[in-house]
Design a protein around this ligand. Structure first.
Ligand SMILES: *Cc1c(COP(=O)(O)O)cnc(C)c1O
Length: 464
């Protein structure tokens, strides 16, 4: 298996180098040159397997440089620390032909779905760095949940220094403390005076400064890193199989920010998983919703919401879909990205939009509906959901597709206690391992939204 860049100008790479590289050198994102196929029998054979075993089977063709027994050992280690035996359990909300299910993706150490990919990624990095005898400096931007998951996966690893940028004052206190209370020598938190898109743009700019990138051996664990996306393909497949795939088609409702998670669902479909629809659920930051309505992808202002991990206008993984919609023509994607940077947006052709709508459908959920949905679910079922999950659940309820629906529950409600308490009157407690979070010492730097300052800061703190 080799990987190609969405902008067509970077060298093809094998999995190990895609993992360490993150962003392609032409500014594009790596995608597999072909989608490995799962036959009807392959899918059926996954039924009933423990999650780590299903993961190792599904991931094997993407990571064909790793011997199968080693890959299985890594998936087992990655998911051993999850608080639920099923790793990503399904919970039934309603019965009948349109049964509705929650897939709980938040049982990892930092209580959001990002752990599912990140816990594996840390181990993949370790293996590849040891094999190549290299060290890396990971620089990442977070809208709240990626940062803590990345830090948790990378802390205390000898061959890694990690710098996480987050928007100052725009993540919740739980999210911030989950990052800033990790005091390991190799962990550096940076509060940027700006919003998440500013943080993401700074990371991209640092990446595109090729001299600096080489100087610090820079790498990424944001969802631009292919290894993260592919790790998320697994739970779409296992959940669909649990509900009757390949015989029965299911719909997934996915709370969406950077388009990473929902792109993993698309990848599962490209691999042969029968999917009825992927519901791209957004909060008021609705660039993706507007795109799927009109074919026009146009930046707007970012507004702060109760679901901060989705307060994003430029969804970096969307480029991976654009590449397929452009018939995998890198020059077209490069032109679109130039227009986005210079003119604030671009339009795709009617044919490309129609192709996207064959599987994707989008819905936007406002703040009042989010709050109402948390309250309704609690009153109807006693289950407390977080605001991100509520956005997706509400989108699924409003669109009401045929057949079973699985809403991805992407965060534990205790990560967003204020929004949850306002909606249902209950303040969900943090699990035991985080119960003293508010008493722990914090460490972080506050930096202006400026690339030169960031570069100096990283140079002064990274270990060599
Ligand atoms: C990151 C995140 C999302 C958005 O996922 P993307 O892959 O960026 O689309 C949704 N919900 C929660 C809780 C998150 O942490």
């Amino acid at each position: 298996m080799h990987y190609i860049s969405t902008r067509g100008q970077a060298p093809d790479l094998a999995f190990g180098d895609v993992l360490l590289t993150g962003l392609a050198r032409d500014g594009g994102l790596y995608v597999p040159a072909d989608w490995p196929q799962l036959s009807h029998d392959d899918l059926a054979a996954l039924a009933g397997l423990p999650y780590p075993e299903a993961a190792a089977r599904i991931l094997a063709p993407f990571m064909d440089n790793i011997p199968p027994d080693e890959l299985l050992a890594m998936t087992k280690a990655a998911y051993a620390g999850f608080a639920h035996g099923d790793v990503v359990p399904l919970r039934q909300l309603t019965e009948g032909p349109k049964s509705h299910w929650l897939m709980e993706l938040f049982h990892g150490p930092t209580l959001a779905f990002k752990d599912v990919a990140m816990q594996l990624l840390g181990r993949l990095f370790d293996r590849e760095l040891a094999r190549q005898g290299r060290r890396v400096t990971i620089v990442g931007a977070t809208s709240g949940d990626t940062g803590s998951a990345a830090i948790e996966a990378c802390k205390d690893r000898d061959a890694i220094d990690i710098f996480i940028l987050y928007p100052h004052g725009r993540v919740t206190e739980v999210q911030r403390r989950q990052m800033t209370t990790v005091l390991s020598d190799n962990v550096h938190n940076i509060a940027i005076e700006g919003n998440f898109d500013d943080c993401q743009a700074l990371v991209k700019a640092a990446f595109n400064d090729l001299a600096f990138r080489d100087e610090i051996a820079m790498s990424a664990v944001n969802s631009i890193n292919w290894a993260r996306v592919v790790a998320q393909v697994v739970y779409f497949i296992t959940a669909a199989v649990a509900l009757g795939a390949p015989e029965r088609k299911v719909t997934f409702a996915v709370p969406t920010g950077n388009f990473g998670c929902v792109f993993a669902g698309y990848a599962a479909a490209r691999m042969g998983l029968p999917i009825e629809r992927l519901i791209v659920s957004t909060n008021r930051n609705d660039i993706l919703y507007r795109f799927f309505q009109t074919g026009s992808y146009r930046k707007d202002q970012v507004v702060a919401t109760q679901s901060p991990s989705m307060d994003i206008q430029v969804a970096s993984n969307f480029e991976r879909l654009l590449f397929d919609l452009a018939g995998r023509d890198g020059a077209t994607v490069q032109g679109q990205m130039d227009d986005l940077a210079e003119r604030g947006g671009f339009d795709v052709s009617p044919a490309a939009l129609a192709q996207a709508r064959e599987i994707f459908q989008s819905h936007r959920v406002d703040e009042a509906a989010t709050t109402q949905t948390i309250g309704d679910v609690y009153r109807d079922s006693g289950i407390i959901i977080d605001p991100h999950t509520a956005v997706a659940l509400r989108a699924a309820q409003d669109l009401d597709p045929d057949g079973p629906v699985i809403t991805l529950a992407t965060a534990h409600p205790a990560k967003f206690p204020d929004a949850v308490e306002k909606a249902c009157g209950i303040r969900p407690p943090l699990p035991e391992h985080l119960s003293d979070l508010y008493q722990r010492e914090e460490r972080f730097a506050i930096l202006p939204n400026d690339l030169a300052t960031l570069r100096d800061h990283i140079r002064s703190l990274r270990r060599t």
